[in-house]
Ligand binder design. Structure first.
Ligand SMILES: [Zn+2]
Length: 271
């Protein structure tokens, strides 16, 4: 039996990372930290891939979820890697041919108390998302997109708050806790190698469980499906006159209703 894993990544949930990504800075100290955090990410990505293959995965496609975070030459040779900019969709090539999705380096949603680098999608805009009445972050959004394709999210790695968020959403999910969040820019981290071992073992369990069909694809209640999107700053991308099913709740908040879940999720990530 073949099991293809869709391995999506972020950066803020990796052990050793507790500061915002300074990729746009010219300061040498930031450049050094940027390189270091990306090496740490690649270590956890490779650990997840190694665990997935040990657990029965036959292919793992790595998908860069945080801009310019992949160090291509450090990727496990068994991986195929989707990276670049201007993807056609938030999750390129996600389809029913994937048997499971993994999320490595994930963080908790905006305003999570003591969640390290907690934010939702765009930390400058302080976005918040609610899907069918429940607040979600990037993990919930990934779970819902995957679920809409019939793909279970089987692994999440990050700090303790992210792991809790993942288990509350999907009780069957495997998690690897690589740090304990102490504040928005602080954490108590496992060592690099212990974190990788946690990720590897959780990925192995996740692949085994996904292969046995033990992790259900996430499904929010519906149809119809509803969502709310709030931004801290007035959102100028959203037209004043919204299509049917959408309405302005305040200058900072819109509400959306759709019969098709994927259509609803796309309108949330496009805002
Ligand atoms: Zn993120």
């Amino acid at each position: 039996m073949s099991l293809k894993v869709y391995l999506f990544t972020d950066l803020e949930g990796v052990a050793g990372v507790d500061r915002w990504d300074a990729r746009d800075s010219d300061r040498p100290v930031d450049a050094r930290r940027c390189r270091e955090t990306r090496e740490l990410l690649m270590g956890e990505v490779n650990a997840a891939a190694d665990g997935a293959f040990a657990g029965g995965a036959t292919a793992v496609v790595l998908v860069q979820g945080h801009a310019d975070s992949m160090i291509y030459e450090l990727a496990d040779e068994r991986l195929e890697i989707i990276k670049g900019t201007g993807y056609p969709t938030w999750l390129p090539e996600l389809g029913a041919d994937s048997g499971a999705a993994f999320f490595v380096g994930a963080h908790s949603f905006c305003h999570t108390p003591q969640g390290t680098l907690a934010h939702t999608f765009n930390f400058k805009k302080r976005r918040q998302w609610w899907l069918c009445g429940r607040e979600i972050g990037e993990l919930g959004m990934l779970a819902a997109y995957c679920g809409a394709h019939g793909v279970p999210l089987a692994l999440a790695t990050g700090d303790d708050k992210l792991c809790r968020e993942a288990r509350e959403l999907i009780p069957e999910i495997e998690t690897a806790q690589v740090k304990v969040g102490l504040g928005i820019e602080s954490a108590r981290h496992l060592s690099r190698d212990r974190a990788r071992e946690e990720v590897r073992m959780a990925a192995l369990r996740a692949a085994e469980r996904a292969a046995k069909g033990e992790v259900p694809p996430y499904q929010p209640p519906g149809p119809p499906y509803t969502s709310r999107v709030r931004t801290r700053v007035r959102n100028l991308h959203v037209p004043r006159h919204l299509p049917p099913g959408d309405r302005w709740v305040s200058p900072y908040e819109t509400e959306h209703t759709r019969q098709e879940l994927l259509e609803l999720l796309r309108c949330m990530t496009d805002i």
